[in-house]
Design a protein around this ligand. Structure first.
Ligand code: BGC
Length: 766
């Protein structure tokens, strides 16, 4: 596997060599999708180390009581095996030349090509193409073309295979499988616990030298698989193309609501006939057009500068590509998994990654999607109330990991291995990583302010902010100092569990309590009817004094004499360790190979940005000298063992005026998935890092930030960039920002209300 960037100016990410033992990275980073489903880019022919994934957003299933719910791996539609004069085409044998696989992020099309000579000496050229349609959310289309260089007979086997699992867990029971007119294949399967029925259809069209070709079909139905075999004799110079048009529907889909299973089976076949008539080229074209309209024309970003800046621009667009591939823009009952829809990692669950790392992109570019992501939180309130009650608290205590709406907490109890005990390590985050509730409230508030969407705030937003405030008020513990404390938590830095008074948690909790009071005060005078409705539901009258007391008396860690904000009440007493060995490693988590998590707890080692996230979310609450001293202190002690860390540091470095470092960290952030080496993408791309890349460009270098309800722009262009242009949606209006080393220009793109903001400290109206 070798990443190749020679065509990034054409929006193409390429792989120019093949390694059957290292398939994961390209399967993930080149994955396709449309928010409804994600399709890992596994090769057509199969290999032992592959992971074939077809994940449909929101279709969670729990394998058994010992496991947490996860996105089930649906039946595979992409495998197409070939035999050449009886020898199976596999790049592990024979001779492969000119290998190339390319993802075009502008069109969402994957292509693959190589020349192969079989062990018996028969040579062919292979080309394949594949899309997941952004226009027709249920459709997958692919083609394989073989051009013979010798006389040979091909055998093609293609079908639908449910012989897949999620790392061993089988989530489906077979329901029905059948051929219609020896042509269309249909496979119906049902998730074992959630009872969601998946209907998958596939049909083939064949061409010889470009002309339609009728082939005898040898139909086969076996255990968990339905497939057909086709024999194709080819003379040297002749080419054969197989097009496979497929679709996936489930009974969880909003557009299938009310249909009986037979109706869904019938309707999905009718849809397939329509797509079949359009054919691969037509489907690919309309999908590419959807990419243009929905993403590239709508939220364009431009970077100009030296040679390196071409890769920078590509990285931002690559992040945008994935942020469309994995966002369920069609359905507010779903959210974004930490690995998007590109792998089984983190089981499709969503985290604080949504609000803190991803939401900014959607809020500022596609507010209607941002709204859905936050409505998901509202619809998940039953699980949050349950979690609070189960833990002896009140209000909304959001799950650290969320899946389906009423699942509540879905964080697994164990993960990884303790190097000393040899036992699995307990994951405390699901129990005590509680800052998520304030993060949700923060996201809701940010969306409400930036979009100006009062309807959202009135129906969902105020309630979410007040309900989470009630949780915090009930969560506080009295200390001997007359203050409230939040003991025994995990802050953002997950290398320290069971800490007291984590700065991020406490400051965010106070912000949450204060915001609830501010809105309650405002609604009482400005919208008494809404206030009365919320009061009835949330008992504001009784809770308000608790919010006030909580906010007033909550202990907030204070800077040391050197100006460093202590991350919690014990970090600074930990042992100082030289981290250079781990910082030099090209993989993450190396420290846990030498020390157990328990030992790391007692060291001054951060997995990821902790206080620094706070400086960036609540930037005006901390004086510059505290930020500076804390920055120097924590940067040295942070390993960036979470993909969320680098982008936060890059944006902070911009704020700190450390331009070279900001750029260096931005590039490292881009390399998490795009870089040639990191193996950590195998289980899926890093969704939050995609949001982080965009934030580095637009929040960091572009200087855009919403602070206390006001918009401000303070750009810091990297030295090797000559221009950065991005678009911003603000309260229903849209404008473009162009930053050069000479200055910053704003251009209003809509003609509604005037926008007021500050640019480099000056108030501007456009
Ligand atoms: C990080 C969390 C993050 C999660 C999912 C963990 O490794 O520590 O902050 O939310 O991954 O991306």
């Amino acid at each position: 596997m070798g990443m190749n960037y020679d065509r990034i100016r054409d929006w193409i990410l390429a792989e120019d060599s093949f390694d059957a033992d290292r398939l994961g990275k390209c399967e993930a980073v080149m994955s396709l999708g449309n928010g409804y489903m994600g399709l890992r880019s596994a090769t057509e022919e199969r290999y032992l180390s592959e992971t074939r994934n077809l994940l449909v957003a929101g279709t969670f299933n729990r394998f058994d009581e010992q496991e947490v719910t996860e996105l089930p791996n649906a039946a595979d539609l992409t495998a197409m095996e070939l035999w050449v004069d009886g020898e199976r085409l596999t790049l592990e044998r024979g001779v492969t030349e000119n290998y190339r696989r390319e993802l075009n992020i502008r069109t969402g099309e994957l292509r693959r090509s190589f020349r192969w000579t079989s062990p018996k000496g028969k040579t062919l050229r292979f080309e394949s193409r594949r899309i997941v349609s952004l226009r027709r959310l249920h459709d997958i289309a692919m083609t394989v073309t073989v051009t013979a260089e010798d006389d040979l007979t091909l055998k093609l086997r293609s079908g639908i295979s449910a012989r897949v699992s999620n790392t061993g867990s089988q989530h489906f029971s077979e329901v029905e499988k059948r051929f219609y007119e020896k042509k269309t294949m249909q496979f119906v399967e049902r998730t074992t616990q959630s009872g969601i029925v998946f209907v998958l259809n596939a049909v083939h069209r064949f061409f010889k030298n470009g002309a339609p070709l009728a082939l005898d079909t040898d139909v086969n139905i076996e255990h968990r698989i339905i497939f057909a075999d086709y024999m194709i004799p080819l003379k040297a110079g002749e080419s054969f193309t197989a097009e496979k048009i497929a679709n996936v529907n489930t009974t969880r889909d909003l557009d299938n609501e009310g249909l009986t299973l037979p109706e869904l089976q019938e309707r999905s076949r009718a849809d397939l006939r329509e797509s079949e008539a359009i054919g691969y080229a037509g489907l690919a074209e309309e999908s590419a057009q959807a990419w243009r309209e929905e993403v590239w024309d709508r939220t364009p970003i431009e970077i100009e500068g030296d040679e390196k800046s071409a890769l920078d621009l590509f990285a931002v667009r690559f992040a945008q590509y994935h942020m469309r591939v994995f966002v369920p823009a069609h359905d507010r009952r779903m959210n974004i998994g930490a690995k998007g829809l590109s792998g089984e990692g983190y089981k499709g669950h969503c985290f604080w990654d949504t609000e803190i790392f991803l939401l900014p992109y959607y809020m500022f570019t596609a507010p209607e999607i941002a709204r859905k992501l936050e409505e998901y939180r509202y619809l998940s309130l039953p699980g949050a109330h349950r979690k609070a009650a189960e833990n002896g608290y009140r209000g909304a205590m959001f799950p650290w990991e969320s899946a389906w709406l009423d699942d509540g907490e879905t964080c697994p109890l164990y993960a990884g291995t303790d190097i000393h005990t040899g036992l699995p390590v307990k994951v405390w985050s699901g129990i005590i990583e509680q800052h998520i509730s304030a993060d949700v409230a923060f996201g809701v508030w940010q969306y409400g302010v930036i979009s100006g969407d009062t309807d959202f705030m009135e129906r969902f937003g105020y309630e979410l902010i007040m309900d989470t405030a009630t949780f915090w008020a009930s969560r506080l513990e009295p200390g001997t100092d007359g203050r409230w404390h939040i003991n025994d938590v995990v802050g953002p830095d997950e290398y320290h569990e069971h800490v007291n008074d984590n700065a991020f948690t406490n400051y965010m909790a106070r912000w949450n309590l204060q915001k609830a009071m501010e809105y309650a005060d405002r609604l009482k005078t400005e919208n008494p009817a809404l206030y009365a409705r919320l009061d009835q539901k949330l008992d504001i009258a009784a809770n308000y004094p608790l919010w006030r007391d909580g906010a007033d008396r909550l202990f907030l860690p204070q800077p040391t004499a050197e100006g460093v904000l202590p991350m919690d009440d014990s970090f600074m007493d930990g042992e100082y360790v030289d981290l250079s060995k781990y910082k030099a490693q090209d993989f993450v988590g190396g420290i846990l190979k030498d020390y157990s998590l328990e030992q790391v707890h007692h060291m001054q080692v951060c997995k990821q940005a902790d206080c620094l996230v706070l400086f960036y979310l609540l930037e005006d609450q901390f004086p510059p000298e505290v930020k500076r001293a804390s920055w120097d202190y924590y940067v040295e002690r942070t390993l960036h063992d979470s993909s969320l860390s680098l982008s936060t540091h890059s944006v902070q470095a911009c704020d700190m005026g450390d331009d070279a470092m900001a750029y260096d960290l931005f590039r490292k952030s881009c390399a998490i998935d795009l870089g040639p080496v990191m193996g950590s993408s195998d289980a899926g791309i890093h969704a939050a890092a995609c949001g982080g890349i965009w934030q580095c460009a637009v929040y960091g270098f572009g200087g855009l930030r919403m602070l206390n309800g006001a918009l401000r722009i303070e750009p810091r262009l990297p030295a090797n960039w000559t221009k950065l242009r991005y678009t911003v949606c603000w309260k229903g209006e849209k404008f473009a920002v162009t930053v050069t080393h000479e200055g910053t220009q704003l251009e209003k793109l809509t003609h509604g209300r005037e926008i007021e903001l500050t640019v480099n400290g000056r108030t501007v109206r456009i």
